[in-house]
Design a protein around this ligand. Structure first.
Ligand code: CAA
Length: 258
């Protein structure tokens, strides 16, 4: 594994565990964090032996936002010319599934990164918010869009206009997170979920992610057609033959990802 300054990376069987590690800044997301995450997500996508990834932070903070100190002196021209934050699109371009496991603060960019994940699970200590308005700006890493998709306009507008935090119970009620677990169990539960996903047919996992994400981009008719085409396509894979013959023979399927 490469030597990183702001993240810790461990392979746990077929699951990659990535831990944000800037404790002095509550895991604020500076350009080094982004560069390192782009690298580790690309390595994960390219490694046939890795089949799910968990991104987590500390007990106190998943991430308290984009790094305010790094942005404070920037001007419009620099932000616009560099297309600041565009690099996160490399993270969201990851084809294989990944999970965000959130304890403590997930604010601003921290909430936005958590919402980029395919599945978000939260500790009972989690606090989500888009407090950018208190800094004289708005969400900039997708929060106004992904939060609205996840919890609807009423709550998203309220959160973005007031900067108030939402606790884990409200996040679960509102559909922002798949599940809430005790803080002490967060990483173990996230790894267990990741291992379940990692045990599935790898091509079907990529196709499933594409299908569910298409629901945000396509009309219902287009999405259903897209789903059906991917379903048909999987009948060209060895894993479809293996999965169905293993079911008929009452044995465990052995996936090859081909
Ligand atoms: N950027 C840079 N540094 C940050 C940070 C951030 N987003 N959040 C916290 N830190 C730093 C603090 O400056 C502090 O550093 P020093 O010890 O050097 O002073 C350290 O982390 C610990 O923070 P606090 O002392 O503030 O800890 P606390 O427990 O009193 O408060 C908190 C915790 C409520 C989360 C508070 O830190 C806070 O409000 N953080 C900022 C949250 C925020 O506004 N996030 C949005 C950022 S903008 C953004 O994300 C834009 C976007 O859309 C992508």
């Amino acid at each position: 594994m490469a030597d990183y300054q702001t993240i810790l990376v461990e392979a746990k069987g077929a699951v990659t565990l990535v831990t944000l590690n800037r404790p002095d800044a509550l895991n604020a997301l500076n350009s080094t964090v982004l560069k390192e995450l782009i690298d580790v997500f690309a390595a994960y996508d390219a490694d046939d032996g890795q089949r799910c990834l968990v991104l987590t932070g500390s007990e106190k903070a998943f991430a308290a936002g984009a790094d305010i100190k790094e942005m404070a002196d920037q001007g419009f021209a620099q932000m616009y010319a560099s297309n600041f934050f565009q690099g996160w699109e490399k993270v969201t371009a990851t084809r294989k599934p990944w999970i965000a496991a959130v304890a403590g603060y997930a604010l601003g960019g921290g909430c936005e990164v958590a919402m980029m994940a395919d599945i978000l699970i939260a500790a009972d200590t989690a606090k989500f918010g888009q407090p950018e308005i208190k800094l004289g700006v708005t969400p900039g890493m997708g929060g106004s869009q992904r939060l609205t998709h996840a919890i609807g306009k009423a709550k998203a507008m309220e959160m973005c206009l007031t900067g108030r935090m939402m606790d884990a119970a409200e996040a679960e009620r509102s559909g922002l997170v798949a599940r809430v677990v005790p803080a002490a169990d967060l990483v173990a539960e996230a790894l267990k979920l990741a291992e379940t996903i990692a045990s599935m047919a790898p091509l079907a996992a990529i196709a499933t992610k594409e299908q569910v994400n298409a629901a945000y981009e396509m009309t219902l008719a287009q999405g259903i057609n897209f789903e059906r085409r991917l379903f048909h396509g999987l009948f060209g894979s060895k894993d479809q033959k293996e999965g169905m013959s293993a079911f008929v023979a009452k044995r465990k399927a052995e996936w090859t990802g081909r």
